[in-house]
Design a protein around this ligand. Structure first.
Ligand SMILES: [Zn+2]
Length: 339
């Protein structure tokens, strides 16, 4: 890690080795017209108290996904270093320019952080942030938890995403994280991940560095709901407790998780206004018409039916009414083989 870490132009205002609570910024150098020597401030918090695992919490990977940003901020303000065992590293707005703008992508370089790993030490701000997370933070991390939502265009019920694990030990840890987070759904990947993955995602970065990682998709549609925010906060506390890092917390009873594998998305092939026939949790059959695309610019033209290519259940839906060819309107999942 030495050479790669030295390559990064990002400097941290926190000392990852120090005990106690530290707050500050990752300084991402960015020289622009109004600020020749300026830097982009990515907020970072480190809590450390003695021996124990290191957990890296990420939100604002996509800037228009808000539940994680709020939940992690509350965790920072409600938790003191003495409450924990081990080390917690928190990025509430990982792609800060995107999160500041409330956009999926950074307005500075159009970068989508979660499609940019392993990044580039000498690249754009988004590429530099990806490189820093993969080459500086992942090597000191045991567990990475990346909090997402459906963003502006999609909506998910509270769902945990994970791989099956590439060793029996990793599989056991992933299952334990799922049980601890205790969301209604888990999307269990059927492949990918591991040390040889070429995935451009934060999960890919974690896999390459041997870090056990999960993601969540909670809510979306550019808004925040009390129910989903509560699920996020409860999950964070329960997970830290399950890892032995929050001994004073008393978790409530497990509610249970339905494990799913994703079959694929249903796509629009015409531009227009989408009328959904289904909602999240509804069962759909292969070739069933799951909605219609209307053409109010030519109101005498018939609406176009949208068939589902898959059997299963609606896990995720598009929330924006307007569609173009290539937009996903639903994501269809099915019960995973229990394992
Ligand atoms: Zn996201």
């Amino acid at each position: 890690m030495g050479t790669n870490m030295a390559d990064s132009l990002i400097t941290a205002e926190v000392d990852f080795g120090a005990e106690g609570a530290q707050t500050g910024f990752l300084r991402v150098p960015h020289s622009v017209h109004r600020s020749a020597y300026g830097w982009v401030p990515v907020p970072i918090v480190v809590l450390r108290n003695g021996e124990g695992p290191t957990v890296l919490f990420i939100a604002g990977n996509h800037g228009d996904e808000y539940e994680g940003q709020i939940a992690l901020g509350k965790l920072v303000r409600e938790t003191s270093a003495e409450d924990i065992r081990g080390r917690i590293i928190i990025l509430t707005m990982a792609n800060f320019p995107a999160a500041q703008a409330g956009l999926r992508t950074s307005p500075i370089d159009q970068g989508t952080l979660n499609r940019t790993f392993p990044g580039d030490a000498r690249g754009t701000p988004t590429e530099m942030i990806a490189h820093y997370i993969e080459e500086v933070l992942m090597p000191i991390t045991d567990y990475a938890i990346d909090l997402h939502s459906g963003g502006t265009s999609l909506y998910y019920p509270p769902t945990l995403l994970r791989g099956r694990g590439h060793t029996p030990q990793e599989a056991e840890k992933l299952k334990a994280l799922q049980t601890a987070f205790d969301l209604p759904y888990a999307w269990v990947f059927t492949g990918g991940g591991g040390p040889t993955t070429t995935a451009r995602t934060l999960m890919g970065a974690a896999g390459r560095k041997g870090v056990v990682s999960i993601m969540t998709e909670m809510g979306g549609g550019g808004t925040v709901t009390p129910e989903i925010l509560h699920r996020a906060e409860r999950g964070l506390h329960r997970t830290l407790h399950a890892l032995g890092m929050l001994p004073g917390y008393r978790p409530d009873e497990v509610r249970g998780t339905r494990e799913l594998t994703v079959r694929g998305s249903v796509y629009a092939y015409q531009a227009g206004l989408f009328e959904p026939y289904q909602d999240i949790g509804d069962a759909v059959a292969k070739d069933e018409i799951v909605g219609m695309i209307h053409h109010p610019d030519t109101p005498w033209q018939d609406a176009d039916p949208v068939p589902s290519p898959f059997d299963g259940m609606v896990l995720c839906k598009r929330v924006l009414g307007q569609v173009e060819r290539g937009d996903a309107v639903f994501q269809i999942a099915a019960d995973a083989e229990s394992r």
